[in-house]
Design a binder for this molecule. Structure first.
Ligand code: ADP
Ligand code: MG
Length: 656
């Protein structure tokens, strides 16, 4: 047997187990060894039963006796009971629900280790559903730190422990991925040891070290991939085209036309972008800036620069509504530049009109074209595309990059309002350079944010009613009840009905992901025109809609969202001149939930909130990271910013 032996040969088990493993992407011995626990349960501390506290999980050595099936009134339920005596002879009763097979499989009258939840009642101790393992030199289920695996179908943690443990000796054959120098300089354990320790840790320290080591590898490979992609992009256009040298006077002239003074942060990122565009190879840059931080004007400056050098600019947004919005604001910023030709290109245009724009883009008459993502994909050709700006869109995948290359590898500026902490952005957008707008223009009125416990729900509705009476509008966000869209739609529809009874004098609209995009657009337009006062929505609302008259954001089941996502929702209000409010409804009064939500009332800075998310919930939960297309990390502990920076540096050095 070796690492590549198929599990159907390596394991003696039923077909259904092999099939379930296959579903999980686990086919060989190696796959199985590299299937890591998601957590551990510390069952290592032995106790005498008399010391057990009510409700705690207690681990004891002893023996079981007198196992039997107890008839219950409810025929469907099967109750198995046995007596358990610890080494001091202290008696307890062990009970299991719906596991009749235990009658056959539990070892009776033999020394066992038992871990179960202690329940005291009238001086008698019951162990609820305890794990039982025969006492051995090496325990794997009880009496040790027990790995908990992600389960699937028939594949349970217990099953995995039993199958993985005897195969651990093969870890010696696992290929060492990290270069020797890095293992040494970073003080990392060898892969084979790390894999053993991550499954069955010999101590907490070793477990942490194993995680660090495997997390390091994961990040290192990801960084290598990013850095390679970055290099490939840079090499995708030959240098002969020359860059676009920056002219400070030109920038100053543009600033002078603005109705405001750019913030320092805006000036800095403009500098970074224009410096990048000077280079003879194409830019791939991510511009991060909170909602309202003024990214549009930065984009317009970059566009001006590209146009100055005789190239065209494509500005792409996720929806046609947003495209129209953008066209208006961009045209306004360029009022003084009357010879620049800005056009809209979206599916909703009349065919003749559309064809006219397409022709004008192809023959170079159009300088800046605003549209949806389809813009560069659907047979639109450019005379000379110099810059692509993508607002609020997922990054370009490899496929889309091919499209960009076909267009001559223009400079690319991706803009996002989802603040991803810099360290994390290095992973999620490792093939991009990063610019961050970290301040808002002065004079913004902060949105007042309140956590609403159930008993204050009605009072808040009354308050909201009062604001609507003044002509303002409301968003209501419903949480994902379930991963499945069907349930989500159901819950939002129910809330929609309910709110019609709460606000009988107003129009309550509905928006969810299962609607066709024309339907969605129609609802949004009606909301924009204040034909709808209360808009009930699932999280589809989050991308860039701008309705300044909407001043209230109600979020149901707020505890189900990450802070950075709540922050995104909140950014939909506070866009006008009136005080805006965000109400977080939550039924859960758990302390840590409250502490987490309280961060929303304490901070308005999206980067800060994302940092907190990263600490509390991990990298995958930071809003915008999934959307970035970053693969799920199995072990990488990204919460440690220092580690991340170090991995990046090591990967750079290695590649060099
Ligand atoms: P976002 O980063 O969310 O795209 P926008 O570019 O839409 O933000 O800017 C939000 C608003 O702030 C716009 O009305 C814009 O004109 C205005 N704005 C941008 N920069 C400044 C500034 N430096 N001072 C004052 N207002 C600004
Ligand atoms: Mg914007």
């Amino acid at each position: 047997m070796n690492l590549s032996t198929p599990l159907s040969e390596a394991l003696s088990t039923k077909k259904e187990y092999i099939r379930a493993l296959s579903d999980m992407g686990i086919h060989t011995v190696e796959d199985l060894l590299l299937y890591f626990p998601r957590a551990y349960e510390d069952l290592s501390e032995f106790k005498g039963l008399h010391e057990a506290k009510d409700g705690e999980v207690v681990t004891a050595r002893g023996f079981l006796q007198g196992i039997k099936l107890i008839p219950t009134k409810n025929r469907k339920m099967k109750l198995v009971k046995a007596m358990f005596y610890d080494q001091a002879g202290y008696e307890s009763e062990a009970v299991w629900f719906n596991q009749p097979h235990l009658l056959r499989t539990l070892p009776m009258d033999k020394e066992v280790v038992v871990s179960g939840k202690a329940k005291w009642s009238y001086g008698k101790l019951t162990l609820q559903g305890p794990v039982v393992e025969q006492s051995k030199a090496v325990q794997i289920h009880a009496g040790t730190t027990v790995p908990i695996y992600p389960q699937h179908d028939v594949i349970t943690s217990k099953w995995l422990r039993e199958k993985i443990h005897p195969l651990l000796y093969l870890t010696k054959d696992l290929e060492e991925v990290l270069p020797e120098e890095i293992l040494e300089s970073e003080g990392l354990m060898p892969k084979s040891l790390a894999v053993q320790e991550i499954h069955f840790p010999s101590s907490n320290e070793k477990m942490e070290a194993a995680r660090d080591r495997l997390g390091y590898e994961e990040l290192f490979l990801l960084q290598l991939k990013s850095l390679r992609a970055k290099k490939e992009w840079k090499d995708s256009r030959s240098g002969e085209d020359g860059g676009m040298p920056m002219d400070p006077e030109f920038v100053k002239q543009f600033f002078a036309t603005l109705p405001f003074t750019p913030t320092n942060a805006q000036k800095i990122v403009i500098y970074e972008i224009l410096k990048d565009m000077e280079k003879p190879y194409p830019m791939m840059r991510l511009l991060e800036g909170d909602v309202g931080s003024g990214k549009t004007v930065v984009a317009v400056m970059a566009a001006l620069q590209a146009v100055k050098y005789g190239t065209q600019v494509a500005i792409m947004v996720p929806t046609e509504v947003l495209a129209r919005q953008h066209l208006i604001s961009i045209t306004k910023f360029l009022e003084k530049y009357s010879d620049i030709n800005v056009q809209l290109l979206i599916g909703a245009l009349k065919t003749a009109e559309k064809n006219q724009v397409i022709d004008a883009v192809a023959n170079g008459q159009v300088d800046i074209v605003v549209g949806t993502h389809a813009l560069i994909q659907e047979g639109v050709s450019f005379a000379k595309l110099g810059l692509v700006i993508v607002d609020e869109q997922h990054r370009f995948g490899v496929k889309q990059r091919e499209v960009l290359v076909k267009h001559g590898s223009p400079h690319v500026l991706n803009m996002t309002a989802t603040p991803i902490p810099r360290t994390l952005a290095l992973v999620a957008y490792g093939d991009h350079d990063l610019s961050v707008i970290n301040e808002l223009p002065p004079g913004r009125m902060p949105i007042e944010t309140k956590i609403v416990p159930p008993e204050h729900r009605k009072a808040v509705y009354r308050f909201v009613e009062g604001r609507i009476a003044k002509g303002e509008q409301v968003y209501v966000i419903c949480p994902l009840i379930d991963e499945s869209d069907v349930l989500e739609v159901k819950s939002v529809k129910k809330e929609h009905k309910h709110l019609q009874t709460v606000f009988p004098n107003h129009v309550v609209g509905l928006l969810h992901g299962k609607m066709k995009s024309e339907e969605k657009d129609a609802v949004m337009t009606a909301f924009k025109n204040n034909e709808i006062q209360v808009l009930v929505s699932t999280s589809v609302i989050e991308v860039g809609v701008d309705v300044p008259n909407a001043t209230i954001m109600l979020i149901e089941g707020a505890e189900r969202f990450g802070l950075s996502q709540l922050h995104q929702f909140r950014g939909r209000v506070g866009r006008g001149k009136v005080q805006s409010y965000c109400f977080l409804y939550t039924d859960l009064a758990a302390e840590d939930t409250m502490a987490r939500l309280k961060a929303m009332t304490d901070y308005t800075d999206g980067f800060r909130l994302a940092e907190i998310d990263l600490k509390l919930r991990g990298p995958g939960e930071v809003y915008g990271v999934r959307q970035s297309g970053m693969p799920d990390l199995k072990v990488a502990n990204l919460m440690n910013g220092i580690l991340l920076d170090r991995v990046r540096k090591a990967a750079e050095a290695f590649l060099a």
